[in-house]
Design a protein around this ligand. Structure first.
Ligand code: SF4
Length: 238
C-alpha cells in the first residue's frame, strides 16, 4: 500500500468522533417471508442482488455455486437471473432466526474511511503522507499574556490601553498599571462569576459553556458540531 492511500482514520472510535451517526450507514436489510421447498431448505424471491448473507448477525460466508447443492445448515445460493435466494437452515428462518443481507460492519467502516480519505485527497490534490512526530506552533509568551489580559479584562483593561498609549510601549504600561497582571491572569473564574463580556450575546448559552467546562475537567470530549442539521445544542445556530 502506498503512502498515497494511507488514512488518518481507521478505527471505530475515530469514525465516531467525526460521524457520531456512523451506525446509520449500516444498510443491512432483513429478509422475511420464506417458502419451504425441502427439508430445511427455503427460498425467497425478489430479494434484490445479494453478495453477503447474515444469520443472527453472523456472516454465512461464500455462496454455493448452485441452488442444487444447498443442503447443509448455513449454506446459501443466490441466482441473479431469477432473483431467487435459496438457504438451508435447520431452524425456521422467519421465527427462530433473523436473516439479513447487506454490507458487513467492517466493510461499512472501510468504505467510510476510504470515501473520507478520497475527499481529502481531492481537496488537497496531493498525496497524504504519514505524519512523523507532532509539530507545535506557539506564539510568544509576551503576546499571549497581553492577549489574555485584554480578553479577560474589565474596564480596568481600558486603563492599561490608555497607559500603553501614553507610555509608548506595553511593558512600561504594565509596570505603571494599578492592577497586578499575574494575580489578574491566575485568578480562578467560577462558572457563576459575572464577566465583563456578559453583555454580549454570542448565542451560546452560559449553561452549555459551564457543562462543557465540567466535561473538560473530567477529561471527556464532546461530539463535533453538526451545523446545518437543525442542531440547537449550544444555541449558536439559533
Ligand atoms: S448549535 Fe450549532 S454550533 Fe452549537 S453544537 Fe449545534 S451545530 Fe454546533
Amino acid at each position: 500500500m502506498s503512502t498515497r492511500w494511507e488514512s488518518y482514520c481507521n478505527t471505530t472510535t475515530d469514525l465516531l468522533q467525526v460521524e457520531p451517526h456512523i451506525d446509520s450507514y449500516d444498510t443491512k436489510r432483513v429478509l422475511e417471508g420464506w417458502t419451504v421447498v425441502g427439508s430445511g431448505v427455503y427460498t425467497k424471491s425478489d430479494v434484490g442482488y445479494i453478495s453477503a448473507l447474515y444469520r443472527d448477525g453472523v456472516d454465512l460466508g461464500a455462496a454455493q455455486a448452485t441452488a442444487g447443492v444447498v443442503n447443509t445448515d448455513g449454506e446459501w445460493h443466490y441466482a441473479s437471473g431469477t432473483d431467487l435466494l435459496t438457504i438451508c437452515t435447520t431452524s425456521a428462518p422467519d421465527t427462530v432466526h433473523r436473516f439479513q443481507t447487506g454490507q458487513a460492519w467492517s466493510d461499512v467502516k472501510t468504505a467510510a474511511v476510504s470515501r473520507a480519505s478520497e475527499f481529502v485527497r481531492v481537496y488537497l490534490n496531493k498525496p497524504i503522507m504519514r505524519r512523523v512526530g507532532v509539530g507545535v506552533q506557539a506564539e510568544s509568551l509576551r503576546e499571549a499574556t497581553l492577549q489574555a489580559l485584554l480578553s479577560t479584562g474589565d474596564r480596568r483593561a481600558g486603563e492599561l490601553l490608555a497607559l500603553a498609549d501614553r507610555e509608548g510601549n506595553v511593558a512600561a504600561a504594565l509596570r505603571a498599571w494599578s492592577v497586578d497582571p499575574a494575580a489578574w491572569l491566575t485568578r480562578v473564574r467560577e462558572p457563576g462569576d459575572v464577566l465583563p463580556w456578559d453583555a454580549v450575546d454570542p448565542g451560546v448559552t452560559r449553561e452549555y459553556l459551564a457543562a462543557e467546562y465540567e466535561r473538560a475537567l473530567r477529561g471527556e470530549t464532546s461530539p463535533p458540531c453538526r451545523v446545518g442539521t437543525g442542531c440547537r445544542l449550544c444555541g449558536a445556530c439559533g
